[in-house]
Structure formats: structure tokens, C-alpha cells
Design a protein around this ligand. Structure first.
Ligand code: NAG
Length: 601
């Protein structure tokens, strides 16, 4: 924002500047035939922007009265939990404006899965004719589908693609490790919805950070837009969404929430409004722990209704529309005006960067943290992998690639089992043993950022200091300022410092020291399903293993949880073993254990 404010504003000069750009580009294209495409691209861009403004529905609110515009702005402001620069979103919209095909994907829980929505006539199928996941993933009412549908209508291209990777009953703990099993890695825009899918616990911050960081670090460097729903089911309104906010700010990810838009309405008239915005009908009935009665109607308080999906999608579309106006603003004449914001941003590549340091790790500018690619084997993934799990998934010649979580043949007592579209490996007899081989890879280079841009002093843009009265304090502040201004390194110095920093990280990695790898399992937790416990360990170190309990006391929540078994694992092949225990926390002494993922890095 500071950046954009500091821009000189030349609204009157703009037509002149534009003319100049066109003339210069045209002249350049005449002189240098290789640049002809640039001029063509510029014209293509202008044509597309002109077409865009001809479609009233492509710009949300274009036909608003002043009062409607005011209300729209008010609601969007109430819904905005974090706005940020919008840099990656704008870059995505620029790509769409250029007419290039794009991929949108969603990561989320059962709300995103579309629980309770009307399934589409034709749910997308795999090559083998199977439908993976819920049919409501691609419901015409699903909030993610609605957002994609608007983008696809605004920027039509037969190559536009939408993949809904939502999974019910799991949260950031699962997706941090497993998102690549559910969304394509060449994605351009990722919509994230996980506000009620984790426990309201500080541990969620690190899991959520691992997820958004890993998504931002994909080679396609996608934009993320976060959307939070909420539930009135628990004894406090605050939810794991509170654990997301500082992570979203740190990574400059725009975040919207329906809560503060809806709550005043729900408070004013709950009997009418609760059944409107939350799910009713179908199999929603009293006796289900997430259902309460409002206005004589059983209401599922964990899942918003189709109308709730419409609102969430509307907020995202409104947001995208405001970003689009920054990338390709309309003037009264209906074509684009200043696009200097986007133009300036191009010279500042670091607005797209992922910070070198983690929010949930200590600050240390001399030793950058190791990067480790998360690897996941999930019963709910359609992807094929090698039998021995590793980050390097090139077929190893040991046999066919396999789907899901495949145990070593020395395992016994575990079998596949499914409840609707949720798949598990299940053991019921104490002593049952699950054996799983995996390879811990060498860590990746600590940073992939090769940009040598000098980071200017932020005080350069606070020109107000120049004019302050010359009392003692201001003068000394100015001296400090002057000192600060001399601090930023020259390009050459920056390069040297970064090289030194990198080589120290390089030494650390190749001495075999470092933090080591982690292995964790994903399993079902519930108070209702009669779940037992396992003891898990890595390699021969049975005593250093860990007990994991399927049963917990939280009646309203049946959740898939990912819990670490061992950390500090050195690169190379390892063996994870989990044995079903005779001891169980279930009051009725049942033993069933439901395993759905094994993850490592
Ligand atoms: C995008 O819109 C076009 C119509 O313009 C439609 O044919 C196509 O199926 C849509 N893409 C997807 C993935 O739904």
C-alpha cells in the first residue's frame, strides 16, 4: 500500500504516457522484428480489457447504485480478515487477462466437500471410471465451484481447469503433508477453507504454516485466497481460524470470513436465520451431535447451507473483482486507465517471495532452516506411487506403482475398509502389525531465491520526515535516518553476503547434521466409534516408540489427526511399525484402529 501511495499521480498525463508507450512499442517493433510479439501482446491485452468491461457481470457491482456500492464495500470490509498487497492474486488475474488457461484448486474440509449440497448431473470421473471423493465436490452450489465458474466465465478458455481437493474430517495437519495428493502441483490459484477443521489449539499454527508455505513454494508459485466459515456448535465462537490469521498476514495471503457478515443477522433473528445459513433437510436430524434445533428445524451447525456457500463465494468474487480493477481499471469511457500499480510491481519481484524464515521457528539470519519436501501416502488419494515411499517417485523397477497406503508383506491383521468415501486400513485384533518402509531424502537447498535486488530503506518513502521542525529530537531522528540510509548494501555486497549465508547452510546439509526427517501417521479419532490404540516405532527402537489413541472425549468431533511418531531421522531407508494394543481408552473396551495416511519428509 505504501508503495502504491508513494506513486506520483498523473491522471491527466496518463493518456499522453499511454500514447508514448504505444508509439515507443510500435517503433521498437519496427526496428526489431523479435519485439513484434510484445506489441501484439499489448494490443491483445487492451482488446481483452475492453471486452471485459463490455460484460457487466464480469465486474461485480458494475451496475450498483451508490447505496448498493456502499453496502457492498461495507460487507466486504467486515469480511476481510487480512487484505495484504494482493500481489500474487493480481499476477494470477494478469495471466487470465492475457488469455492463458489457468488451474484453480480447492483445499478444505467437509464444508468445501459440499456436505448437503445438490450433486451435479455428471461428477468428474477418473480414467478408470471411478469417482474419487464426494459427488458434491463439483456441486453447482459449492462455493469453490461458484468462484471457478465466475473466473471461467470472465476469462473463458477451454483449458481452464478446476480441481476440488477437499477431504472431510481432516484439517491443516493432514493437508500440510498431503495436499499434493489432492490438487495439481501446476495450480495457479488455491482456495483454502479450513477454519473449523482443526482443534482450537496453538499447535495448529505450525501445521497451517507448513501447508501455506508448501503451497506458495510450488514451482507454479500460485496465489492463495483463504476463506473461513464458522460454527456456533461449541462453547466459544473462536475456532482454529484464529490460529490461521497471523500466518496469513506473514505470508501476505488475503483472507475472508463469512462470520462477521452473518453474526448480526443470526443474533437478531436466530429462528429464521440459523436454518437459512446452515444445513437443514436431508439426513439432518436431532440426535446427531452436530445438530441443534432452531425455529423448530434441526440444523447442522458444522456445515453452511447452499445459501451460505453462495455468500462465501460472493465474498471471494467481490474480492477478486476489486483486484481485477487494480490490474485493469476501467475508466468512464470503458477502457483501461492507469495500470501503473501492476507495472511498478513487476520491478519488485520480492512482493511474491516466501520469507526465508518461518513464523514458527526461531529467528536466525545466518542459518536458514532446512527445506524438506513432504511425502504422503493416503488411503484417500487416487495417485500412484512406488511401493517403498520416498520423495523421489520415479518408478524404481521393483514392480508396479501402487495406489494409496500399501503395507509391507510382513504386516498382518490390517485390512482396507471404507465408510462412504472415507477409506482406511483397519485393525481390530490386538497384536495386529502394520509395517511400512520409507526413505528419508536429503534436505533441499535452504532457499531457491536467486534475486539480488537491493531492499531499500523503508524510510525512503516516509518523506514526511523531511519537513519536520528542527528541534533537537527531530534532528537526531534525522541523523539516525541518515545513518539508516547508508546501511542498505550495494548489489555487490548483498550478493556476497547471501553467498556466504548459503554456503554455511550448504555445509550444514552436507555434514549430515541438521534437524533430520519426521514420520507421522494419520488416524481417526472419535468418542463414538469404539476406537482403540496403537504403539508405533521406527527401525528397531521399539522402546522409543509412541502410543497413539484413537478414542478421545470430544463427542461432537470425529476427526482424522496426523501425529508424529519420530523426528530427527537421518537420510536413508527406515521402517515404521505400528502394533494394535490390547489396552484401549474406549469405555466399552473396543479396539478398532483406523489408519488412513503415513507421511514423512
Ligand atoms: C468453462 O466455461 C466453458 C464455457 O465457456 C465450458 O464449456 C467449460 O466446461 C467450463 N470449464 C469447466 C472446467 O467447467
Amino acid at each position: 500500500m505504501v508503495l502504491f501511495k508513494s506513486l506520483p499521480r498523473f491522471p491527466r498525463l496518463f493518456p499522453v504516457l499511454l500514447l508514448l508507450v504505444v508509439i515507443v512499442t510500435y517503433a521498437a517493433s519496427r526496428l526489431d522484428p523479435a519485439r513484434k510479439s510484445t506489441s501484439g501482446a499489448l494490443r491483445g491485452f487492451a482488446d481483452r480489457v475492453a471486452k471485459l468491461s463490455a460484460r457487466p457481470w464480469s465486474r461485480v457491482g458494475a451496475g450498483d447504485t451508490a447505496e448498493e456500492a456502499h453496502r457492498r464495500a461495507w460487507e466486504l470490509a467486515r469480511a476481510t480478515q487480512y487484505a495484504g498487497t494482493g500481489a500474487r492474486v493480481q499476477r494470477f488475474l494478469e495471466k487470465a487477462l492475457r488469455g492463458e488457461p489457468f488451474t484453480v484448486a480447492a483445499i478444505g474440509g467437509s464444508v468445501s466437500k459440499g456436505r448437503g449440497l445438490t450433486p451435479p448431473k455428471n461428477a468428474p470421473q477418473d480414467a478408470d471410471g471411478e469417482i474419487h471423493g464426494a459427488t458434491t465436490l463439483y456441486s453447482r452450489e459449492n462455493l469453490h465451484f461458484l468462484v471457478f465458474d465466475w473466473l471461467n466465465a470472465t476469462f473463458p478458455n477451454a483449458g481452464n481447469r478446476f480441481v476440488n481437493g477437499a477431504q472431510g474430517g481432516v484439517g491443516a495437519g493432514y493437508f500440510a503433508w498431503c495436499f499434493k495428493e489432492h490438487i495439481p502441483t501446476d495450480v495457479d490459484l488455491v482456495l483454502v477453507e479450513l477454519g473449523i477443521n482443526d482443534l482450537n489449539h496453538l499447535r495448529v499454527v505450525a501445521k497451517y504454516e507448513l501447508l501455506v508455505r508448501s503451497v506458495l513454494e510450488l514451482d507454479s508459485a500460485p496465489a492463495i485466497v483463504n476463506i473461513e466459515t464458522f460454527t456456533t456448535l461449541f462453547h466459544e465462537l473462536i475456532s482454529s481460524s484464529a490460529m490461521h490469521n497471523d500466518v496469513l498476514a506473514y505470508y501476505d495471503i488475503p483472507s475472508l470470513s463469512i462470520r462477521d457478515v452473518l453474526l448480526p443477522r443470526l443474533m437478531a433473528d436466530p429462528d429464521v436465520q440459523m436454518p437459512r445459513w446452515f444445513r437443514t433437510g436431508g439426513d439432518v436430524s436431532l440426535g446427531d451431535d452436530k445438530v441443534r434445533e432452531w425455529g423448530g428445524v434441526p440444523v447442522d451447525l458444522m456445515h453452511i447451507s447452499a445459501k451460505g456457500h453462495g455468500l462465501a463465494a460472493g465474498l471471494i468474487i467481490n474480492y477478486l473483482s476489486t483486484q481485477l480493477a487494480l490490474v485493469a481499471p476501467m475508466t468512464a469511457k470503458g477502457h483501461f486507465g492507469r495500470f501503473s500499480a501492476a507495472h511498478l510491481r513487476k520491478t519488485l519481484e520480492r512482493v511474491y517471495d516466501v520469507p526465508d524464515t518461518w513464523l514458527t521457528q526461531s529467528f536466525d539470519p545466518t542459518e536458514l532452516p532446512e527445506r524438506r519436501a513432504p511425502v504422503c501416502r493416503s488411503m484417500n488419494s487416487a495417485k500412484l506411487h512406488n511401493r517403498v515411499s520416498g520423495a523421489d517417485d520415479t518408478p524404481d523397477g521393483d514392480g508396479d506403482q501402487v495406489r494409496g497406503l500399501v503395507l509391507h508383506p510382513s504386516s498382518h491383521g490390517w485390512e482396507p475398509w471404507a465408510w462412504h468415501e472415507k477409506h482406511y486400513l483397519v485393525a481390530r485384533t490386538p497384536g495386529a502389525l502394520a509395517v511400512f518402509d520409507f526413505v528419508i531424502a536429503q534436505p533441499l537447498p535452504a532457499t531457491h531465491d536467486d534475486d539480488d535486488e537491493v531492499i531499500e530503506d523503508p524510510m525512503d518513502v516516509y518523506s514526511a520526515f523531511e519537513g519536520t521542525p528542527t528541534d533537537g529530537r527531530a534532528a537526531s531522528a534525522r541523523r539516525d535516518m541518515a545513518g539508516l540510509k547508508e546501511q542498505p548494501a550495494s548489489r555487490q555486497e548483498m550478493r556476497t553476503r547471501r553467498r556466504q549465508r548459503r554456503s554455511s547452510t550448504f555445509r550444514k546439509e552436507h555434514s549430515g547434521a541438521g534437524d533430520g526427517g519426521t514420520v507421522a501417521i494419520g488416524f481417526q479419532r472419535s468418542a463414538n466409534y469404539g476406537l482403540g490404540s496403537v504403539h508405533c516405532w521406527v527401525d528397531e527402537d521399539r522402546a522409543a516408540g509412541r502410543r497413539l489413541d484413537g478414542w478421545w472425549e470430544i463427542k461432537e468431533r470425529n476427526m482424522g489427526i496426523v501425529t508424529e511418531v519420530a523426528t530427527g531421522l537421518q537420510p536413508g531407508r527406515h521402517r515404521l511399525q505400528c502394533e494394535l494394543l490390547a489396552d484401549t481408552l474406549d469405555p466399552l473396551k473396543r479396539h478398532e484402529f483406523r489408519l488412513f495416511a503415513i507421511v514423512h519428509n
